[in-house]
Design a protein around this ligand. Structure first.
Ligand SMILES: [Zn+2]
Length: 381
């Protein structure tokens, strides 16, 4: 009815500055408003609106019936009766979407950041050759001393991992104030150990694998793709838009691979760290200095790591992926780059059949891996 609708969208209180009552109960946790309500901005001294479905930081429940909430560096007073501590944000990531394209991710990142901006930050580490953004997200307390770094969809055809990762990002945000993992609150874990995730390292490649070169906007890149493909089905593309494999483009063991010319996989390029995607990852890693790195790939339900460690044993107990001790192989991979810097890392290969995996495999990938990052973060508490 119209009455309900009007109630849903507007409240007029407070129209003037409410008394700032400094006495009250300290809360200091995430909360939501039950509907769009008016609030009073203490700094700007004006009435403003707070939206339902957005996580705010509730600082204090004051004795005068108002709560002090924080939005960025602004402090607002809102009536306590409108506050709820249960997440009421709309669900964003649609996992029934078969392909989950770069554009889908871009739209969802924007929505996620709007709903959970107090715990989720979206940044851009560079642009791909075809000018797509190389996004990375920081989940949790951006100032946390410990960091878990995660890369996803380095290899184009392994794009289902992006859909899985975006869902996990949303899960962790939704459960931030209410859920626990093995007795520890998500908020406790992620306030102390942040996740830095690049959910689609190779967006041009993903676009090629999903739609073919026709979706590559730059004509030179597009025409070149047909030349270098050598008749291969673009669905199985792993490389970037000029046929360089990002996971062969690092300096450690550079150009030891089989491919000597650009193509769908394993060509290292002319020089190490020549590609924007490689450069972006290196810049983020150098900036955030991760304590541990999880590399998500998609081939055969196996896991690669240098040695058996507490981390690899824990990941095995969760996934039961077959252990492969990679040793000092050096093929210009991201793992080689990390090993050379003594950054503990493990590569998880989701999906049993060759990528792109069938959509029916999604459920198992999600179920097996949904708690991986929260459990890795918990190790560093
Ligand atoms: Zn891969």
């Amino acid at each position: 009815t119209t009455t309900t609708k009007a109630e849903e969208t507007t409240t007029v209180q407070p129209t003037t500055k409410p008394d700032v009552d400094t006495t009250g109960k300290n809360v200091k946790k995430g909360g939501y408003v039950k509907k769009n309500v008016s609030a009073y901005n203490l700094k700007l001294e004006e009435v403003t609106e707070v939206e339902k479905g957005v996580r705010y930081y509730v600082y204090k429940e004051c004795n005068n019936g108002y709560s002090l909430i924080k939005v960025g560096n602004q402090e607002l007073l809102v009536e306590t009766k409108y506050i709820t501590y249960k997440c009421n944000a709309k669900k964003i990531v649609n996992t029934s979407d078969k392909k989950y394209s770069y554009s889908d991710m871009k739209v969802d990142l924007k929505k996620l950041e709007k709903a959970y901006g107090s715990i989720l930050k979206v940044d851009i580490a560079g642009k791909s050759l075809d000018k797509r953004n190389l996004y990375y997200v920081t989940l949790g307390n951006a100032k946390a001393k410990k960091t878990v770094y995660v890369e996803t969809s380095v290899h184009a055809r392994e794009y289902m991992n992006t859909k899985f990762m975006m869902k996990v990002i949303e899960d962790y945000c939704r459960g931030y104030d209410t859920k626990k993992y093995k007795g520890k609150k998500y908020s406790t874990i992620f306030n102390n150990v942040k996740l830095v995730i690049m959910p689609m390292v190779n967006p041009d490649g993903v676009t090629i694998s999903q739609y073919g070169p026709k979706k590559i906007r730059n004509a030179k890149l597009r025409e070149n793709l047909y030349k270098i493909a050598g008749g291969v089905d673009f669905k199985i593309w792993k490389a970037n838009a000029r046929g360089i494999d990002i996971n062969r483009n690092y300096a450690e063991g550079f150009d030891r691979g089989d491919a000597k010319i650009p193509g769908h996989k394993q060509y290292a390029g002319k020089t190490p760290i020549s590609e924007p995607e490689t450069k972006a990852q290196v810049s983020v890693v150098e900036k955030v200095k991760p304590d541990v790195v999880i590399c998500y790939h998609q081939a055969g339900e196996v896991m690669y790591h240098l040695n058996h460690t507490k981390l690899s044993n824990m990941l095995y107990s969760m996934t039961h992926y077959t252990h492969i001790i990679s040793g000092q192989t050096h093929y210009g991979t991201f793992s080689d780059y990390l090993d050379a810097r003594n950054i503990l890392n493990c590569t998880l290969e989701t999906g049993l059949t060759p990528a792109p995996v069938k959509n029916s495999m999604y459920k198992k990938i999600y179920k097996t891996n949904k708690d991986v990052l929260v459990s890795v973060a918990k190790m560093y508490l």
